[in-house]
Ligand binder design. Structure first.
Ligand code: SF4
Length: 64
């Protein structure tokens, strides 16, 4: 199963939101100013959200 963690102490939220733009599966969305996980089950573990985050706030892992 995919596990996605967003560290909101590091995440710049709506001021950045790079991960939302790059995610091909629309897993991440904005809830007000905050980046939240919308549909974790759609995640393909491509890790582009991790690559693009300037703050290492997003961690995606396969925790099977
Ligand atoms: S790993 Fe890929 S599919 Fe999963 S949330 Fe990140 S960008 Fe979206």
């Amino acid at each position: 199963m995919v596990k996605i963690t967003i560290d909101h102490d590091k995440c710049e939220g709506a001021d950045c939101a790079e991960c939302i733009d790059v995610c091909p599966m629309e897993v991440l969305i904005l809830d007000g100013e905050k980046v939240v996980i919308q549909n974790k089950e759609e995640c393909s573990l491509c890790e582009v959200c991790m690559d693009v985050c300037p703050n290492e706030a997003v961690v995606v892992e396969d925790d099977d």
